[in-house]
Design a protein around this ligand. Structure first.
Ligand code: C2O
Ligand code: CU
Length: 485
């Protein structure tokens, strides 16, 4: 009801009418932005227990008709989980789909046994119940499936949601933090629909599927009613392949306050923030009474040649979310000058430097093998990972379990938006990213951690590797063979 027409594209570029266009037509903003419900945990013996059920269903996303979709505790997407630092949580994940899947906690620092990667498949009808204690600062994390070779399809059909971490320090800063009121989840995805409103899974190019309809929290043409002077948007690029350069239609500045792994040192004023698949940013937008402005993705430079940029959607202008301020706005506290202390990891403490070249759906020339451990890390050590994109396709790089810091990009210090904690980072071709990270959780060969490109088609094609985290001196050869796959 009241669903706006999807963005209409008129061009033809060899993919029927579903290709990308440089300029996207007007979006009819008339759907109230849905806010994913907060999952209600139950409390048992000091543990907060959440229940998530992956299920198939049907959703009316666009007015043309219903689509088969997947969701968690619903037919499309899932609830927002929320927990605070030091809280012990357990999530009972039940799979009511008719195929196996997994659920991975993207950005979460946790034992590998709870990570939900491709070795932790949940068979149809089964329940998987990872438990861990939240051990990281306030941040906007997310969850999504991770079955090897099938991640793109499972995410595209609708499995995913936010996992918000709170901590005491963040709660005392006076930031907007009233969920769904002045603290708004903004899960951005691009989808293709056919003329009967069904999700299309075949519009795939070199880099994966690009959709022409942008959904926020599962809805096209969304409108957010603004009720306060300052509103926090928790932006998540949950698309499978598309990157967004977020900004506002009037080019206003906004304050970026957090990257993937939590608060920045101080608010950073920007007019654009690039988020590639899997990345998050929290921003504060200030509005005056009665004002309207559109959150938009602008054409951007992925460091690729122009032809390649088109096939990534980087040349598109996309209207995403209309913000409409009430005539009376609640007062908001001023933004604090300082947000968080970020202890810099010291490169001289690193015990190992590894290199990762991403090229042709491979990392260091190798395609993901479930039975091959690629890297053996010693627990309680710091390492430097030098990562670069060796060809002219867009890739990013995500590491499980850790949040890393960017030491240098081709010898230069990172810009402020990349100076905080990150778990996923865009790699323009040929620039060398020097990352530093510390490993404090174990991963044995039966359940290793992953690193991979988060363009999910690339990941599915094998652009992924596996690492274990073990005691010093543990024999890597033994590890390579001594497991049961
Ligand atoms: Cu968001 Cu290995 O994934
Ligand atoms: Cu890639």
């Amino acid at each position: 009801l009241g669903v706006a027409g999807a963005v209409t594209l008129t061009g033809c570029d060899g993919f029927g009418s579903r290709g990308t266009r440089d300029t996207v037509g007007d979006v009819d903003f008339r759907n109230q932005l849905p806010i994913p419900p907060l999952a209600e945990g139950t409390h048992r013996d000091g543990v907060t227990v959440f229940d998530l059920t992956a299920q198939a269903g049907r959703s009316a996303i666009v007015p043309e008709g219903m689509s088969d979709t997947w969701g968690l505790n619903g037919t499309f997407l899932g609830p927002t989980l929320r927990a605070r630092q030091d809280e012990s949580v357990q999530v009972n994940v039940t799979n009511q789909l008719d195929e196996a899947t997994t659920l991975h906690w993207h950005g979460m620092h946790l034992p590998a046994s709870a990570d939900g990667g491709p070795h932790q498949m949940i068979a149809p009808g089964d329940t998987w119940s990872p438990a861990w204690t939240i051990n990281q600062p306030a941040a906007t994390l997310w969850y999504h499936p991770h079955p090897h070779g099938e991640t793109e399809r499972h995410v595209y059909r609708g499995l995913g949601g936010l996992f918000i971490i709170d901590d005491e320090q963040e709660s005392l800063l006076g930031l907007p933090r009233d969920y769904g009121v002045d603290d708004i989840p903004v899960i951005v995805q691009d989808k293709s629909f056919d003329d009967r409103g069904r999700l299309v899974e075949t519009s795939r190019r070199d880099n994966g599927m690009l959709g022409e309809t942008i959904l926020v929290n599962g809805s096209p043409g969304p409108v957010l009613e603004i009720t306060s002077e300052r509103t926090r948007l928790r932006l998540l690029n949950a698309s499978t392949a598309r990157s967004y350069s977020f900004g506002f239609s009037d080019d206003r500045e906004f304050a970026m306050i957090a990257s993937d792994g939590g608060l920045l040192r101080e608010p950073t004023w920007l007019t654009r923030i690039l988020l590639t698949p899997g990345e998050r940013a929290e921003i504060i937008v200030e509005m005056r009474p009665g004002q309207q402005v559109t959150l938009r993705s602008f054409p951007h430079d992925l460091g690729l040649s122009n032809g390649r940029s088109r096939s990534t959607g980087a040349t598109d202008t996309l209207d995403i979310l209309l913000l409409r301020a009430n005539e009376d706005l609640d007062r908001s506290a001023d933004l604090p000058a300082r947000l968080a202390t970020i202890d810099r990891l010291d490169p001289s403490s690193a015990v190992e430097t590894r290199e990762f070249e991403l090229r042709s759906h491979r990392i260091n020339g190798q395609s993901m093998e479930m039975d091959r451990i690629d890297d053996v890390v010693t627990v309680d050590t710091t390492e430097i990972w030098e990562v670069w994109n060796g060809h002219r396709q867009p890739h990013n790089f995500h590491v499980h379990d850790v949040q890393f810091q960017v030491l240098e990009i081709d010898g230069q210090p990172p810009s402020p938006e990349l100076a905080g904690w990150k778990d996923t980072i865009y790699l323009p071709p040929d620039l060398r990213y020097t990352l530093i990270m510390r490993f404090t959780e174990y991963a044995d060969p039966a359940v290793p951690y992953m690193y991979h490109c988060h363009l999910l088609w690339h990941e599915d094609q094998g652009m992924m590797g596996q690492f274990v985290v073990v005691e010093p001196g543990q024999d890597p050869d033994r590890i390579g063979t001594d497991h049961d796959h």
